[in-house]
Design a protein around this ligand. Structure first.
Ligand code: DGY
Length: 322
């Protein structure tokens, strides 16, 4: 019997075709956002779910769907899944590491540069028709990226890829803080030096957040941390909303505690703290760090490989899932 799978969100049609080749699939080509009750109802009788960060997979849902064997998340982050509850019930959880590392690092670097050099603010100014005089010496002056100190909080695959860009491509001094220190070899390869969190906050000209969300990292950057940063510093968050206290950040941006922030993720997204929406020194994008065509395709394809491996059906059966 073919296993049955729920795909909670739309994917590329040819990739969806592959899912249909191996499984009985209930999918969502219209990309409707289901309520938790609707998700629960649709998950009845399914053996696997192709989930995304927008659905919460928790103990209550698992208990309502006892036939579920695999939660295969499209994304490297899986804070939407209660992994302990899954493990306790013998449900396998997979994610999509590696395939998105370089694309997400590109985006983090781009967002950091755009924030430092005030690109979005400048564009808004031009589009509003306010550019009426050329050659103004201090118009949209920002901070340099080359030669500056890049601080990275969280030093997994994406953090290391951002470090390499900074050190090798832009001659930056790169410092990082992480739960555990990298090996000497990995530090040398990333061009990054380990420091404690206080030093990271104090010395970074551009601080980029790349750590996973967990109760331990909740509000890792709040008022107290922002107060330790340079007034000229920028903060870039491509990790998860909730790592930054958005209300405290909005206050700090308004007060000039730090210069600017580039944010791709938000507490409670797609809702955004209303104060952030009003601040010209906040560059806001809709959680698109991994959004290149190739990478989004690779993430979906890897998730299907994981479902096949986890449910023991099709060509990947027997291969270890990620
Ligand atoms: C990820 O891969 O975790 C991205 O943030 C998409 O959710």
């Amino acid at each position: 019997m073919r296993p049955s799978v729920l795909a909670t969100r739309a994917t590329f049609p040819d990739i969806a075709d592959r899912l249909h080749r191996y499984f009985d699939v209930e999918d969502n080509p219209q990309d409707t956002i289901w309520s938790p009750a609707e998700l629960r109802q649709r998950l009845q009788g399914k053996h696997g779910v192709m989930s995304t960060g927008s659905e919460r997979i928790d103990a209550a849902l698992l208990d309502a769907c006892p036939q579920l064997k695999a939660v295969c998340n499209v994304g490297v982050g899986y804070n939407n899944v209660d992994v302990a509850a899954c493990t306790a019930r013998g449900v396998l959880v997979t994610n999509t590491p590696d395939v998105l590392t370089e694309t997400t690092a590109d985006y983090g670097f781009a967002l950091m540069m755009a924030t430092a050099r005030r690109i979005a603010e400048s564009q808004d100014f031009v589009r509003r028709g306010e550019w009426v005089k050329t050659g103004i010496h201090d118009m949209f002056v920002g901070g340099d990226v080359h030669g500056a100190t890049l601080g990275i909080l969280g030093m997994g695959r994406i953090g290391r890829a951002i470090a390499r860009r900074g050190a090798l491509g832009f001659g930056m001094r790169v410092i990082y803080h992480n739960r555990s220190r990298l090996s000497d070899e990995a530090e040398a390869e990333s061009g990054a030096r380990y420091v404690d969190k206080a030093t990271l906050l104090k010395e970074a000209d551009h601080l980029v957040l790349v750590l996973p969300y967990s109760p331990q990292s909740h509000h890792a950057i709040g008022a107290a941390e922002l107060a330790q940063m340079k007034p000229s510093a920028t903060l870039t968050n491509i990790a998860r909303g909730g790592i930054v206290d958005d209300a405290a950040l909005a206050k700090a941006l308004r007060a000039g505690t730090i210069a600017a922030a580039g944010l791709d993720v938000f507490e409670g997204e797609p809702a955004i703290h209303p104060d952030l929406l009003t601040l010209p020194n906040a560059l806001l994008t809709p959680h698109i760090g991994s959004a290149s065509v190739q990478t989004r395709r690779d993430m979906a394809a890897l998730t299907i490989d994981n479902l096949i491996a986890a449910l023991g059906y099709g060509p990947q059966a027997g291969k270890p899932p990620t």
